[in-house]
Design a protein around this ligand. Structure first.
Ligand code: SF4
Length: 221
């Protein structure tokens, strides 16, 4: 750790506490189907939550089992997920991911990841086509309660404005900084509250700084 590390930890702690005061402790969302969560996260790339949910529901309705998705003509998978956008890219990606999952253990199951050290589980997930650290961390944190901090577009923007990471930090750099300077039990509430803050106040364009309960903690302000 550098000399700046305690100051950064204190800063993250101050932001975390303030977000809890403003937005509360986020409800825990269960995840009974890690494979489904992974496929949904791939579907969510470059589209809205509504379109993601629609495309996922359509995929599950069109194919009764993951094997059927894996074995189907790619065009049929693309047709099923068309409402999620980028269907011609996402369909072969989803099929390749399902193939890798099946090859790993001979079934469509990811529960074995829970027994691996978190870095090893993350390395395996990011080796899948189209899966980066954000997606891997979502699966690890939400489905397995592992200490992984997902950085989406809101978390990336808000953490840098608040000075929790350098302005030029990439999403992966933000992930590494938070994981190194915050206790793992904060990852879940901090991730969700930063997203909430980014959607409600710290918007990409025209952040509502004059009405922001974190303004006194914020570099950007
Ligand atoms: S003061 Fe403005 S930039 Fe800073 S966290 Fe609040 S809304 Fe975002």
């Amino acid at each position: 750790m550098t000399d700046a590390a305690p100051a950064l930890s204190a800063r993250i702690a101050a932001v975390h506490r303030r977000l809890l005061q403003v937005y509360g402790e986020p409800a825990r969302r269960g995840c009974s189907d890690p494979v489904g969560a992974l496929i949904q996260t791939i579907l969510s790339q470059n589209t809205s939550d509504v379109n993601t949910a629609r495309a996922y529901a359509s995929l599950r309705a069109a194919f009764p089992h993951w094997r059927a998705v894996m074995d189907a003509p790619t065009e049929a998978v693309a047709d099923a997920i068309r409402s999620g956008g980028l269907a011609n890219q996402k369909a072969p990606r989803i099929q390749a991911v399902l193939r890798r999952i099946y090859e790993a253990r001979g079934e469509f199951d990811l529960d074995w990841l829970a027994a691996l050290p978190v870095d090893e589980a993350r390395r395996w997930l990011v080796s899948l086509p189209g899966v980066g650290n954000k997606t891997a961390s979502i699966v690890l944190l939400f489905c397995f309660g592992r200490p992984a901090f997902p950085v989406d577009t809101h978390v990336h923007r808000v953490t840098r404005r608040l000075g929790l990471a350098p302005v030029a930090a990439s999403p992966d750099a933000v992930m590494r900084i938070i994981e190194a300077h915050a206790p793992p039990e904060w990852f879940y509430p901090l991730h969700l509250n930063l997203i909430r803050h980014g959607r409600q106040r710290c918007k990409a364009r025209n952040p509502r700084c004059n009405d922001c309960p974190l303004a006194d903690l914020c570099d950007f302000f």
